[in-house]
Ligand binder design. Sequence first.
Ligand code: PLP
Length: 408
Amino acid sequence: MQQIDTDSIRKDFPILDSKIYGKELIYFDNAATTQKPLSVIDTISESYKKINANVHRGVHRLSQLSTEGHEAGRERVRKFINADKSREIIFTRGTTESINLVASSFGEAFINEGDNIVITAMEHHANIVPWQLLSMRKKIEIRVVPLTPLGEMNMEAFRTMMDEKTKLVSVAHVSNVLGTVNPVKEIIAEAHSRNIPVLIDGAQGVPHQKIDVQDMDADFYAFSAHKIYGPTGIGVLYGKEKLLDAIPPYQGGGEMIGHVTFQKTTFNELPFKFEAGTPDYIGVIATIAALDYADAVGMDNIRRHEEELMKYTTEKMKAIQGMKIFGEAPGKGGVISFVVEGTHPYDVGMLLDKQGVAVRTGHLCAQPLMDILGVPGVVRISFGMYNTIQECDACISALKKSVDMLRR
Ligand code: PLP
């Protein structure tokens, strides 16, 4: 088993050398966004210096170079998630936009009044609100699969909640609050046995494990580059060709057209049909550097490393009196959400920050789940490939100090 060499990895992430209030930064907010290696930062800078020109439209050399870079990015993403064809890779602004695209275009074509879609109680707002917007337009029902006490999707309930009116199942690959890794292959097989397509929200899936969309047989898979060491503003929607061909464009504008007259417009072929306007081609090119970096470290190594940090930290945290950790699903990922009796998550987060530890506090864009957990918010520690056991120890002592101060 190859271990992660965090010493050498950390040298590639300049921000990790930062001091926060004079203390060494411990960055434990990776589920919100990851830091970027020099190769990504340099690619952005070099691309603007050397090949910047709008893509797909120019006959000149620079435009050819940027177009080649952009399309190389599509092919790199295809390979990273093992899609069958690069035309099945649509670039968006992020997971949120990818899910909105499906809600809008698939919703337009295939979901009608009286139909329902199935989500789970652990979804991020990005996989709830787009369906509610669709529901406002089309009066559809949103069915929510309950969770088990360990924070897993209740599979028995799931099976009973699908019927002939269910037009889509849309489920997080990994919960950003509980760390639960959903059994996506099984979920998809269950839905497919009833001829229901499945969208997987992979925002927290892609950064932490190997993804094979063909093996899981996902119909749609959405993720964001910024959560896997890539630039902000770049997202991916993978969709099976047959489905993408069958649904209407999401936005109108340049590049998504075949031919335009004032009377009628025909649409471009995949993937351009879904990419209206100038795309963030520099971001796409930098995403190649991010995926290359993650692959060089090894997605299996990253998963093992983060799991080790999560287990180590969880055990130490349990010794803190009044500690309540949410999410105990077997095989959970590198996320620890918690509250400590007698303290407010926001105060804990602020005091950790003063000691250089960056964590997330609040509802984590999962307010319905917070309601189920019976808390207004939590503190969340989330790990990345560059985090170390020493940082976990430092975080635990900072946490103990914060809790002591708040209880005094
Ligand atoms: N889905 C999940 C599970 C997430 O954790 C997030 C972000 O935290 C999103 C969707 C939205 O991602 P983005 O803000 O990059 O669109």
